[in-house]
Design a protein around this ligand. Sequence first.
Ligand SMILES: Nc1ncnc2c1ncn2[C@@H]1O[C@H](COP(=O)(O)OP(=O)(O)OP(=O)(O)O)[C@@H](O)[C@H]1O
Ligand SMILES: [Mg+2]
Length: 362
Amino acid sequence: MKIDKLKLTNYRNLEDLEVEPNSRLNLIFGPNGSGKTNFCEAIHFVSTGDNIKGSRQRELINWRSEYALVRLGLKNDDQVVVYLKEGEGKEIKINSKSGRQSELRSLVPTHAFVPEDLYISKGPPRRRRSLLNSHLSQLSDGYGHLLSEYNAELKKKNTLLKKDEINEDFLEVLSDRLVELGARITVERADYLRDLNQYLPEIYGRFAGTEQELNLSYSEDGLVEGSEEEIAELLSDKLERNRKKELERETSVVGPHRDKFEYLLDGKNLRTFGSQGELRTAVIATYLAYLELYEKRFDELPILVLDDILSELDRDRGEAFLENLPEEPQVFMTTATRSPSFRKLSGEFTVLKIAEGGIERQ
Ligand SMILES: Nc1ncnc2c1ncn2[C@@H]1O[C@H](COP(=O)(O)OP(=O)(O)OP(=O)(O)O)[C@@H](O)[C@H]1O
Ligand SMILES: [Mg+2]
């Protein structure tokens, strides 16, 4: 799917912006604070109903206004409008009829890369866990549902562990359920890592221009191999061994919600040893590997929204990224400066400049 027309009214600092983007590559420039991230966020917002930064909806409305409006025209002539009014919920219109948030994702499939994604490789395990969860929720049927079921049971167990008097039978029931769901999650994650690692070393190599091998794997103490039954048994044993600890700490310490994953570059933990550019390249390589898997699964790619993806990359790696950008999808890519890597751009593209709340072609 491609965006034919985008119109923003009072969306954050973008008070009046209208653009007919290139159906291939759109390069968006503008000084710091001009609204590049807001522009990316608006595309994400109209295609999911959620905002990237996790901030409140009121914050999306321009400070001097009481409403915000995002209008989107698609190549197939579908029209999407999301209207936000202060103190009220959002209103979604699809082809002038009232629409639901859940309809947006399939209508305008997008995938966003945000600057905070750098912390996926560098930050705490939680970051890599949520990366896998979000990829799997897109690529695997039922994973999202499985995960919410697991989280709901986990919540019950944690509430129970905090009680003064614990119903042992109920604890047992919840633990069994968590083992069963947990084993299924673990198998899905292990399968996904296997798929991902088929692409990662090659893609990383294209950036680094060296024979370094990048992998994303379960950290050493994690559960990895085995059938669902075997993993369930391992999980169950681990739970038994940590029973006292869980009661003392009044929380669940065993299970996929605690899974740890690490990037290894030539066998060394990237989080500990990687340079800034290497850490960033690892995330970008994962992103491109995910897109390969996405294309295999769905036969097409989502619209890509890449906010500041080139920063911290040296010229060679920046050029390698542009050369390796998938050819078919529509891409929105922001940068604060015109990177020297751009001289390598071939094919069709449009340069857009954001300033004073609007946008213009260069
Ligand atoms: N609700 C709002 N109303 C008006 N202005 C807002 C609102 N929310 C955010 N802003 C402003 O929008 C400006 C642009 O933010 P944005 O993050 O999009 O800039 P940017 O172009 O991505 O900058 P950088 O190059 O530093 O990443 C900020 O100065 C911010 O104060
Ligand atoms: Mg920004």
